[in-house]
Design a protein around this ligand. Structure first.
Ligand SMILES: [Zn+2]
Length: 250
């Protein structure tokens, strides 16, 4: 099971690490620090959607490869949803309460085209923004770290989303594209996502990477199927934002 895989990795990880919160069913949500403890820090999140749990394995690979710039990798934001997908409902995206965590952030909450208040496998917005312990833990941790950028890894489609409400920085998406070959894209009609919240409320550039060719079926179970994503984190953090940061300080 992916949760025990991440948990075992956490137990033997020698770097800085912490538990940022707990899922509804009491599973731990782990964060791993990589790279420099000084200067700007990034946050990268994975497996916000249950059936996209292969992204947690990608996160462990990103941690193994390491980064120079410092930041936090959160491999499994939705451990309950991943377990549901692995055991009884392969297509499940939501958390254990039937709320889609990526519709639960305070960014035009409830305004998405597919949003619903009906609990189930996907698209349910929850009772109010950050009503879920997993999304609340991630928001709280993000506000504490104050990252200069965030990345969210999902499956699938081979696309990179970088814009929300007319804001965002396409340059970062182009750097990600250099690493994996995916296409930077705008999406319309979606709201309440982690990236949406980072861009609109925190005012930082934020990205969603949809890993894996669209022809693949959910859930993707082999890291080999998204092998092109293995270097994204290192490549992106090595190449994004240096100049802009200097300009800001000058
Ligand atoms: Zn997703």
């Amino acid at each position: 099971m992916i949760y025990s895989e991440v948990r075992n990795f956490y137990l033997q990880y020698r770097g800085k690490k912490c538990v940022i919160g707990y899922s509804f069913l009491g599973r731990e949500i782990y964060a791993f620090h990589t790279g420099s403890p000084f200067g700007r820090q990034f946050i990268a999140v994975y497996a916000v959607h249950g059936r996209e749990w292969i992204c947690a394995r990608l996160a462990l690979e990103h941690i193994r490869r390491g980064t120079t710039v410092g930041g936090f990798v959160i491999p499994l934001v939705n451990p309950d949803g991943a377990t549901i997908s692995e055991t009884r409902d392969a297509m499940w995206k939501a958390n254990a309460r039937g709320v889609d965590l990526n519709c639960n952030f305070p960014a035009d909450w409830g305004q998405g085209r597919l949003n619903t208040r009906v609990r189930g496998a996907e698209n349910c917005i929850g009772d109010y923004p950050l009503s879920e312990c997993e999304s609340a833990a991630l928001a709280r941790f993000t506000l504490r770290v104050k990252p200069y950028t965030t990345l969210a890894f999902h499956t699938k489609g081979g696309e990179i989303y970088w814009e929300y409400g007319g804001r965002g920085d396409k340059k970062g998406a182009e750097i990600i594209a250099q690493s994996c070959g995916y296409t930077p894209k705008r999406i319309a009609g979606s709201s309440g996502g982690y990236k949406d919240w980072c861009i609109s409320a925190l005012g930082i550039p934020a990205y969603t990477v949809e890993c894996g060719d669209d022809k693949l079926a959910h859930p993707i179970t082999s890291l080999g199927d998204i092998a092109e994503c293995r270097d994204i984190l290192k490549y992106f953090t090595d190449n994004y934002g240096r100049k802009e940061i200097h300009e800001k300080r000058a």
